[in-house]
Design a protein around this ligand. Structure first.
Ligand code: NAD
Length: 252
């Protein structure tokens, strides 16, 4: 059933074919938003999501772009803004890398920072150049509790996510007078493809679950925080980091 809170609003969610992005796109559509589903070589999954949203009475469209590629992002924004205004942006696309620091070479560093930090900068620039003259808009950047905490063997990822926190707070200050809110979510361990026992070491999983709630979160629990921050219900929130994280910020 389609709700009312975001009726008539248009959102772009990056990396929306799977995981937290997918859940966010569904939740935004449920609140009445028209959603652009960005994906990178995941046409089938993106089209399935579009079909699911439309079947539930919502509105969505898939748009392909590797967000680490400036030309692809420029083309994506041209497509989106050519179709009409954009009210909301969720920078969700991300990659993770588990590697000892001394084995993390220049190419690893550039790849992780390219998707997890530079793409956020890039998408924010395109969106804010459009939102500023309209004097409205809302952005949520998906960072991580590891951006605050740091983690051995995750230096590139943690550095990028910490950068997203600084970027979010700087943009919140710079664009507040333009009526644009910029917030972040810093999830703890969430059950997605990124964080599954097949992909992560036993040591990592043990560490991630040593938190007060002792379980993985769900993509829907993160999506709820993102939708709240984008909605008019969060009209006095900017520069904030909401932490759907099972209490990880407090330690075990
Ligand atoms: P996921 O792997 O399901 O989602 C990441 C998405 O980003 C995928 O759909 C992937 O195709 C897309 N993507 C990757 N590179 C891209 C690129 N260059 N261009 C466009 N899309 C690209 O995992 P997820 O857990 O849903 O991750 C979503 C976000 O949440 C990420 O930013 C991640 O860092 C963050 N996060 C996840 C967790 C967790 O425990 N799962 C915790 C904290 C933060």
């Amino acid at each position: 059933m389609v709700g009312q809170a975001l009726q008539g609003q248009v959102a772009l969610v990056t990396g929306a074919a799977t995981g937290i992005g997918r859940a966010t796109a569904l939740a935004l559509a449920t609140e009445g938003a028209r959603v652009w589903i960005n994906h990178c070589e995941q046409q089938d999954l993106a089209e399935q999501l579009v079909a699911e949203i439309i079947a539930h009475g919502g509105d969505a469209c898939a748009v392909e772009a590797d967000v680490s590629d400036p030309a692809a992002v420029a083309a994506m924004f041209e497509t989106i803004l050519g179709a009409g205004p954009l009210d909301m942006l969720v920078n969700n696309a991300g990659v993770i890398l588990e590697k000892p620091f001394l084995a993390t070479d220049e190419a690893d560093w550039a790849r992780v920072l390219g998707v997890d930090l530079s793409a956020v900068y890039r998408c924010c620039r395109h969106a804010l150049a459009h939102m500023q003259p309209r004097r409205s808009g809302a952005i949520v950047n998906v960072t991580s509790d590891l951006g605050f905490l740091g983690r051995e063997h995750y230096a590139a990822y943690c550095t990028a996510k910490a950068g997203v926190i600084g970027l979010t707070r700087s943009l919140a200050r710079e664009f507040a007078a333009d009526g644009i809110r910029v917030n972040g979510v810093a999830p703890g361990p969430i059950a997605t493809a990124m964080v599954s026992p097949e992909h992560m070491s036993e040591q990592w999983m043990a560490k991630e679950l040593a938190i007060p709630m002792a379980r993985l979160g769900t993509p829907e629990e993160v999506a709820a925080a993102i939708v709240f921050l984008l909605s008019p219900r969060a009209s006095y929130f900017t520069g904030q980091m909401l932490g759907p994280n099972g209490g990880s910020w407090m330690g075990a």
